[in-house]
Design a protein around this ligand. Structure first.
Ligand code: NAD
Length: 260
């Protein structure tokens, strides 16, 4: 479906981002992977996608908290592929603590990675999309772009912020064949969720099993984790021609969580 197009997915060395990268590779796009992690594991994933789907897959390890690194990544991608056609802003981190104990460095890092990086990637991707009169920008936001939970002040602020960025940019480019949307997953079983279980147990004074049952899945009426594949398929739909009239939308995929 996207043969000849280039998709850059931030934070795609793991979890949801890697699943979205696989979906776009499977459907013909060249892929730029980005993120942190073990170099050998990243290279194994890069080579696997390239071989399985016969597309070009590159990796760029830009730290999404660093604007200069994001600019360097775009310079390299523009030189090789001519530009980014499908931008998925997915990189994200989490930290759980009461607001009056929240480490200021963690606040700054979450805002930089989960929100400000999307401003930089968007401003750098748009000139190519405008020239082509075609582009897709998809934010992997969160149910926390729509509702809050205690002890996640930075994350909820960043995700609500990305909903605002989505709507604003969508309006700016609405007549240019470019759509901008946010997908809002509920809990998806990935390393990001696994890591916050002990922190949440500590913040709430409960066991880790209670966190899974009484905090995470309580929020989701389906009582099931959302899957990476489901989020990837929604992102894929938003990048398809059938979704050309969907823009500025902040779309839950959360097992009914935000229906409460
Ligand atoms: P994950 O930890 O598996 O993946 C996060 C990715 O971001 C990794 O590739 C990591 O290397 C990358 N990353 C982190 N810091 C980075 C940095 N400074 N620069 C570049 N890359 C960086 O987590 P995930 O659950 O797949 O999360 C992906 C996105 O989905 C995040 O934005 C997260 O907020 C969102 N989300 C996750 C869930 C969930 O339940 N897992 C729910 C809603 C939204």
């Amino acid at each position: 479906m996207w043969t000849g197009k280039t998709a850059l997915i931030t934070g795609s060395t793991s979890g949801i981002g890697l699943g979205i990268a696989e979906y776009f590779a499977q459907n013909g796009a060249n892929i730029v992977l980005n993120g942190m992690g073990d170099a050998a594991e990243i290279e194994a994933n890069r080579a696997r996608l390239e071989a399985a789907y016969r597309v070009q897959v590159r990796f760029h390890g830009a730290d999404m908290s660093q604007p200069e690194a994001i600019e360097a990544m775009f310079a390299s991608v523009n030189a090789e592929f001519g530009g980014v056609d499908i931008l998925v802003n997915n990189a994200g981190i989490q930290f759980v603590a009461p607001v009056d104990e929240f480490p200021t460095a963690k606040w700054d890092a979450i805002l930089a990675i989960n929100l400000t990086s999307a401003f930089h990637t968007t401003r750098l991707a748009l000139p190519h999309m405008k020239k082509n009169q075609w582009g897709r920008i998809i934010q992997v936001a969160s149910a926390h772009a729509l509702v809050a939970s205690p002890f996640k002040s930075a994350y909820v602020a960043a995700k609500h912020g990305i909903a605002g960025l989505t709507k604003t940019v969508a309006l700016e480019v609405a007549e240019l064949g470019i759509t901008v949307n946010a997908v809002c997953p509920g809990y998806v079983w990935t390393p990001l969720v696994e890591k916050q279980i002990p922190e949440t147990a500590k913040a709430r004074g409960i066991t880790e099993e209670q966190v899974i049952q009484d905090v995470l899945l309580t929020a989701q009426p389906t009582k099931k984790f959302v899957t990476v594949e489901q989020v990837a398929a929604l992102a894929g739909f938003l990048a398809s021609d059938a979704a050309a009239s969907i823009t500025g939308a902040v779309i839950p995929i959360d097992g009914g969580w935000t229906a409460h």
